[in-house]
Ligand binder design. Structure first.
Ligand code: SAH
Length: 421
């Protein structure tokens, strides 16, 4: 058999016909839609996932069997049917019209093969296994592992993608006489388990020239950075919290203006009590482009790691995340604790250990029953996770007795205990 000729098809706005509405079509359609293809699906029946695409108006559906005329105007056809006779009708009609045809039923009879694919930002890797899809997938998996480990010399950082076209990779490098365009990404590192960073966050981390990390960022993520990456530990910056924040903003802006791709890595989600907004504004004011990559927030993940769902059917239809870093009677507090006391759902308190006695007393004084279940989770999702179960009335004393320390979340509500067997 002769070798296939690899191509990247640019399908935006071009008609692609998919024949069949089962599992194969369900798997093929998303990539076609992602490529912007004008998809016509011909099949008497559809899987629920395909029907959802139809309902959302992402593709056109002809609810009937294939007719050769369906291919008029098409650039590509996917015969995603099991029945070889039906697939042969499709491929014959395609050959007559000089349209490439991918066949799910019979690779040998197809004029085109779909490769095993992995995507890594702007890079798409497509692997053909000489007609053996399992071989293609295992090579693809190996390449994906290599890419996500950041071990690829040719990676293009976002600084180069969206800044000056084709800007060189390293900090401060110049092209065409001007400085390379730097960028900042505010990346949520997740709650503690290094595997709970997002795929995108991890990719940007592997591409960074400079990483500015918080105290709560999982150390194992930093452990894996390339040796040439400049690591700035934001928790080591002296001065008070507001001066330190100004200093962080200055570091982000200065490094980016010098051409670096700076990843600001923050615990949990950057916008949940993470001062991500201030950093975004500082970069924007300096004309530095910023990308924000959301993270898995400890406010949901730490309770989950201790077996507490923040919502549960027929138990809680709302959850509220609140900072307890100021005491309820502090003039600077923006939280209406008396109003929170009137809610029935789940209350998740971050940074609340220091003021926990005052917080729980205030909630009880304004009507939340003292017997409401409560849980505290310290260092959730990490190897050091500790947690306890209590009630609103007793939790402050129980935390002291157990010696729990920050970082910890307190979760109050009937969801605590719902999953206990
Ligand atoms: N942006 C972070 C929160 C920053 S505020 C997020 O989205 O998770 C810091 C507080 O978050 C800590 O005081 C603690 O209340 C909570 N926190 C962060 N990581 C935690 C963890 N692994 N377990 C429990 N609480 C955590």
């Amino acid at each position: 058999m002769s070798n296939p000729y690899p191509l990247g098809l640019r399908l935006a706005g071009l008609r692609v016909v998919v024949v069949g509405g089962g599992a194969v079509a369900t798997r093929r359609v998303p990539a076609l839609l992602d490529a912007g293809a004008d998809v016509l699906l011909v099949s008497p029946e559809l899987t629920p996932a395909l029907r959802a695409h139809v309902d959302a108006g992402r593709l056109r559906w002809e609810p009937r069997r294939f007719a050769p005329g369906d291919l008029d105007g098409a650039w590509l056809v996917q015969a995603a049917v099991d029945d070889p006779a039906a697939a042969a009708v499709v491929s014959d009609a395609a050959a007559e019209r000089r349209i490439f045809c991918v066949r799910a039923d019979d690779r040998a009879a197809a004029t085109a093969w779909t490769p095993a694919v992995t995507r890594h930002g702007p890079v798409t890797v497509a692997v053909l296994g000489g007609g053996d899809p399992r071989r293609a997938m295992s090579v693809r998996d190996a390449v994906r592992a290599l890419l996500s480990a950041g071990q690829h010399p040719g990676a293009t950082p976002p600084a180069a993608q969206e800044g000056a076209g084709g800007a060189p990779r390293r900090s401060g490098a110049v092209e065409g006489g001007g400085p390379a365009a730097g960028r900042v990404a505010l990346v949520g590192a997740g709650p503690g388990d290094p595997e709970l960073i997002t795929v995108k966050g991890w990719r940007l981390l592997t591409e960074a020239d400079v990483v500015v990390a918080d105290r709560l960022v999982p150390g194992l993520l930093l452990d894996e950075l390339r040796p040439d990456v400049e690591l700035v530990d934001a928790s080591k910056i002296p001065y008070g919290p507001s001066r330190a924040q100004e200093e962080i903003n200055r570091i982000l802006v200065d490094r980016a203006l010098a051409g670096a791709f700076v990843v600001r890595l923050k615990g949990g989600d950057p916008y949940v009590f993470g001062r991500g907004g201030e950093e975004l504004l500082a970069c924007a004011a300096a004309g530095v482009p910023v990308t924000v990559v959301p993270g898995v927030t400890s406010s949901i993940a730490a309770p989950a790691a201790a077996g507490v769902p923040v919502t549960h059917r027929a138990v809680a239809h709302d959850f509220t995340v609140v900072s307890g870093h100021l005491a309820p009677d502090s003039p600077a507090s923006l939280v209406r604790w008396e109003a929170l006391a009137g809610l029935r759902g789940t209350l998740v308190i971050l940074m609340g250990l220091k003021n926990l006695a005052a917080i729980t007393e205030t909630l009880i004084a304004h009507g939340r029953p003292a017997g409401t279940p409560a849980a505290v989770v310290q260092e959730g999702t990490t190897g050091g996770q500790r947690s306890l179960r209590s009630t609103l009335g007793a939790v402050a004393a129980d935390v002291l007795a157990a010696g729990l320390r920050p970082p910890a979340v307190v979760v109050v509500g009937d969801v605590v205990g719902t999953l206990d067997g």
